[in-house]
Design a protein around this ligand. Sequence first.
Ligand SMILES: NC(=O)C1=CN([C@@H]2O[C@H](COP(=O)(O)OP(=O)(O)OC[C@H]3O[C@@H](n4cnc5c(N)ncnc54)[C@H](OP(=O)(O)O)[C@@H]3O)[C@@H](O)[C@H]2O)C=CC1
Ligand SMILES: O=C(O)[C@@H]1CCC=N1
Length: 264
Amino acid sequence: MKLGFIGTGNMAGAIMGGIIRKGIIKPEEIIGSDISEAGREKVRELYGICVTDDNRKVAAESEVIVLSVKPQFYAEAIAQIRDCISEEQLVITIAPGKTLSWLEEQFGKPVRIVRTMPNTPALVGEGMTAACANQYVTEENRAYALELLGAFGKVEFVPEHLIDAVVAVSGSSPAYVFLFIEAMADAAVAEGMPRQQAYQFAAQAVYGSAKMVLETGKHPAELKDMVCSPAGTTIEAVRVLEEKGFRSAVIEAMKACADVSRNL
Ligand SMILES: NC(=O)C1=CN([C@@H]2O[C@H](COP(=O)(O)OP(=O)(O)OC[C@H]3O[C@@H](n4cnc5c(N)ncnc54)[C@H](OP(=O)(O)O)[C@@H]3O)[C@@H](O)[C@H]2O)C=CC1
Ligand SMILES: O=C(O)[C@@H]1CCC=N1
């Protein structure tokens, strides 16, 4: 098998979906294990990958193993598989808080590890993933990791100390963005717009705005100013958002998020 997942939940599913959609690995070359039968069946039905309840089988048979259980189950999962992992295999982790040194300690032997922080937009090929690697990872491994992680969105290697910031800014942030879209749609519904149409308008506005930041290279404040006509509608909305502490709420929320990541 080329790629194995230990844990086939939300994030593993998003990664599989993104990779299969892109066609760089065939579904029959992917295997996933999960303690939950429902979890296994879901990805088998959705993506046509091989599934098992045996984590050790996945570890023994896969060239690259993605550890995709919750951080609380990392120690248990590593204890189960560590004697099946050879020096040639590559382990990719996706959990916040689980540092390279902690992971190396759990394996208790030289293992090639790429620690990453992906996000669920991977499912639609628009993920943002940060990665860092331990000393056993070769240049070839790094290139392969970039290709694999790049199959479902953007990917960048970063210094490990930035991973907690990445958790806040891209790992968890889709949840805040979905809240924002939901709130905007609710407000549009309150103004009389049908709900499905409201989601589409709100989501497309967020998508287009993000694209402007990425493609124009302009400062977000300049792009904001371009929307705010003097004495117009937008500046009034901005005034209320500032009054309600919108930006400081986002900053405080992300600080809390990064703190949890650091202390997991
Ligand atoms: N969801 C997201 O947006 C992101 C998640 N991550 C990280 O990805 C990892 C997975 O998160 P997520 O996909 O959301 O979690 P999920 O709970 O959706 O998926 C984890 C799966 O692993 C199963 N599981 C638990 N213990 C074991 C075990 N010992 N062996 C095999 N399978 C097991 C769980 O079963 P059961 O449900 O029965 O416990 C569940 O089906 C976490 O470390 C998370 O922090 C990273 C970035 C973004
Ligand atoms: O909520 C979590 O803990 C995970 C990590 C990043 C996104 N989801």
